[in-house]
Design a protein around this ligand. Sequence first.
Ligand code: BGC
Length: 713
Amino acid sequence: MTDKEIRQKAGEILEKLTLEEKIGMIHGAQLFQTAGVERLGIPPLVMSDGPMGVRQEFAPDAWKPVGNSDDYVTYLPCNSAIAATWNREIAHEMGSVLGAEARGRGKDVILAPGVNLKRSPLCGRNFEYFSEDPYLTKELASAYIRGVQAWDVAACVKHFAVNNQETQRLWVEVEIDEQVLRELYLPAFYDAVKKGGAYAVMGAYNRLYGEHCCQSDFLLRRILREEWGFDGVVISDWGGVHDTEKAAHSQLDIEMSVTPDFDDYFMAEPLKKKILAGEIPESTVDEKVLHILMLMLRLHMIGDEPRKSGTYNIPEHRAKMLEAARESVVLLKNENGRLPLAKDALKKVLLIGENASCVHSNGGGSAEIKALYEITPLMGLKTHLGGNVQVDYTPGYCRDKAAESDTSWQETSLENGGGQTAAGDDRAADNAQTAREMKEKRAALRGEAVRLAGQYDTVIYVGGLNHDHDSEGNDRRDMKLPYEQDELILELLDVKPDMVIVMMGGSPVEMGQWVDRASAVVWHWYAGMEGGNALAEVLLGETNPSGKLPETFYKTHTDCSAHALGEFPGTDTVAYREGRYVGYRYNDKYRIEPQFSFGYGLSYTSFEYRDADIDPETGILTCYVKNTGAVAGKETVQVYRRDLADDAPVIKELAGFEKIYLEPGEEKRVEITVEMCNDAGTEYTATTESSAGIRSVENTDAQERCVYCVGCL
Ligand code: BGC
């Protein structure tokens, strides 16, 4: 059906509905679904979190898992990991698996992807988001959404908009210049809707320009509906609505929340009463229901067309998880070819660090997953090395004791502004006694790890963060490694200077105390159910790493603009005074050297670039890339643009990228369509290689308005 036919058909159905029935369709009747209209064959709209797989089933009116064994699922790499692949096909595949599994589990709307920009490395939900860069985010997110929706499931892109912190997330007022909002924070949503064709958008909790985003006239009517022509469904974040009148008049279509008093929701009985009293016109509800019916027709939930049925937990899905996880691993440092490990020479391998044997899928907030399985780094290495190599594990450190609680965090998530900043590293150590006990316990674990390390030919440290830190409802206080890991790593390097260090997490950590002494450092995200296998393959050279950082890895959080200006997390308001200088845009302008830069990542092979050129008419940049090393590998060719105008605000911006595969000695011509500065065109003449191993092709013609650069300026 065409859009026009869909609208017409939805209009016909709408006419048959009573006010009561319409009201039922625009608010939660259960925690994850609305009411249907049985007499007309209109089903409820069934939703589920979230970005890393289809969440477990909850009771209809309580945050209690049902506890069946049929809701284990494929566990996807987090969005930061997907972003690190810089691979649109992989993003599409991940979306496609999620869509198939959502349909397979009988869902209509999957509450993903999260596309908020990473304004600060401390935002607790960064692992659910892609990048600090709008171009990388929008390219990957729109591919992902197309993958989801091919399964007759709606992607619900979230959280619209400027939801860049967890602290005070329900109330914080974001003060941002409108131009910056449009340049940096809205493009991912725009492309999600326009290029990805997202059928649904979730409003954010926070406020913008004095309005709650879930009922914002500016965001929902002016931008989303009027400027972008969005005719899909707008769903509130759970508990994001605050006022019946405003919500009714806004372009919000469905109110969801975390409490079981469904009839009391702002858009339930209170709205019905106001309509019956003539205070709010019924047409406000009609518009919302029309959008919902159009969505149902698009998903073939109603109408005559057959609907795809989906499936979950099939072997093909798991194979795709492995592919994605492989490409997400980022090799940060590799001196003297420390990696890959020579498999045949390995005899005794010791893994140190809780993250070597810890599963992460079941944490993080609404992104938690009941994974069918999760291969840990320890299991991955053991299965790859087999019985002839002795692989042992010692924790070396331990996390804080979890506070005991009978209630789900989601149940209490609307209290106290909804989110906080972590009080400190030892969050559970709320009294001196616990703190002392933890210290003693860690000292003992550290002593044991240091004692053992000297007895092994190979030591691999697997530490970093976990979902006590990368978590919804909680921002980190700083980028320091928790659980006294710095001390542990330093002591281990004393006895084992060639120790391989794997850092695992969804957001960067400070590495300054030991990174110069380490010979090999690998970054491993929450990489899905096959993460441990992918990591083992990289460490053993069966996979050549090709991940590139989708965000700046600062040396410390105050190197990030929002923190340098003291504008994170704010109090009742948070001022985005850094303007467009977010991530590498800030570091470039103020010449702040990051620990590892945006776009950075090493390979076991080397690549050479030549003859870059751009056609100013078409915006197509071409260049040749050759694999000059001994092993096959993938390279992400990154194109940055620089506006040469005197008053040009930023030094460089990502304008295009393409990932290619090359056998040893092979050369390929690469074509990249770049997002151009106005009327730019230019010539490229020189090829250089920077010390960071990033190749760049520089422009020598300064007459042109814009420079396009392959690699980094
Ligand atoms: C989160 C959303 C999530 C919703 C439903 C909220 O707390 O912010 O991202 O989709 O809960 O679980």
